[in-house]
Design a protein around this ligand. Structure first.
Ligand SMILES: [Fe+2]
Length: 301
């Protein structure tokens, strides 16, 4: 391919990602049962091709989840005059950590990451229950293994971390739970990811879910293919198409919605089991069956 064609293509990619995709979006997350009416704000930052990085802040201090790039994150921090105090990683995949070195060098935040990470900067290795206080609320680390997250082929606990703030009702799931889907399994097992999804599903319905990628359209199309008469899925599919056409994220979603539409949280949903003819299967067997349906769906495309 001639060099100028490559250069043209590269210029288009840069223009697309900078001008179209790099619009951040804000979500107010009020503290529940809080008479002072305090809140945190989550800023969703589209990064790379379809990643999301997140800035959580109280107007002064900020925490970043999965800095996939430097420039768009830095821009938001500087525009809002925020003080970056911590970086939280959900897992070690390269597309979730590419901005970490330059952000660390500039702000020297505390970095909280799985003990299985190999980072170019000092970090606090998470290998057990862990929490920290941020703006009068608590962030908790949950171990959610199953999706790969290590430089080594290990299937250990704490290879993937979900970050949960109960007071603000926000959950950062990385590549473990997506809207209408879940993350692929590299070194983990089906049992592992199912147990991780079970843990996340047990959180309060109103929890806002912020995941690591914009995969919602494809995932929702699959959900629709196996449960076409589900009105909630139909509505979500229409909404998702509209949001994406307007270059807006489909995230956050909520656990309440996901329990109705995400096939990988519906292993004990009698209606879906009836449609699929798997009424006799256990919860885990149903999960495996739905997973196989998705694999066949992907292979047909
Ligand atoms: Fe990943």
């Amino acid at each position: 391919m001639p060099f100028f064609v490559l250069k043209l293509f590269w210029s288009y990619l840069v223009w697309y990602t900078r001008v179209i995709k790099k619009r951040s979006h804000r979500v107010k997350c009020p503290f529940q049962n809080d008479t002072a009416l305090k809140s945190l704000e989550v800023i969703t930052i589209p990064t790379l091709w379809d990643n999301y990085s997140y800035i959580i802040h109280d107007g002064h201090d900020a925490v970043i989840v999965d800095p996939s790039e430097t420039a768009p994150i830095l821009e938001v921090i500087q525009q809002n005059r925020l003080e970056l105090t911590r970086i939280l990683l959900t897992h070690y995949h390269i597309d979730h950590i590419m901005g970490i070195k330059s952000l660390y060098n500039k702000f020297k935040p505390q970095i909280l990451a799985s003990k299985h990470s190999l980072l170019p900067v000092p970090f606090t290795p998470i290998d057990n229950k862990f929490n920290f206080i941020f703006a009068d609320s608590i962030f908790e680390a949950y171990s959610v293994p199953g999706h790969h997250a290590s430089p080594y082929p290990i299937t250990d606990q704490w290879s993937n971390i979900a970050w949960y703030n109960k007071k603000a009702g926000i959950l950062f799931t990385g590549d473990t739970l997506f809207s209408c889907g879940y993350g692929y399994i590299e070194y983990g097992s089906e049992q592992m990811i199912w147990e991780s999804l079970s843990l996340l599903r047990s959180l309060p319905d109103e929890t806002k879910i912020f995941c690591g990628h914009e995969y919602t359209l494809g995932n929702t199309r699959f959900a629709h293919s196996i449960d076409p008469d589900n009105k909630t899925i139909q509505t979500r599919l229409t909404d998702v198409k509209k949001l994406l056409a307007e270059h807006r994220p489909t995230i956050p979603t909520t656990l309440a919605i996901e329990k109705k539409i995400n096939p990988f949280l519906r292993w004990d949903d009698s209606r879906l089991k009836n449609i699929l003819g798997i009424e006799q299967m256990s919860g885990f067997e149903s999960f495996l069956h739905i997973r196989n349906q998705k694999i066949m769906y992907n292979n047909k495309k």
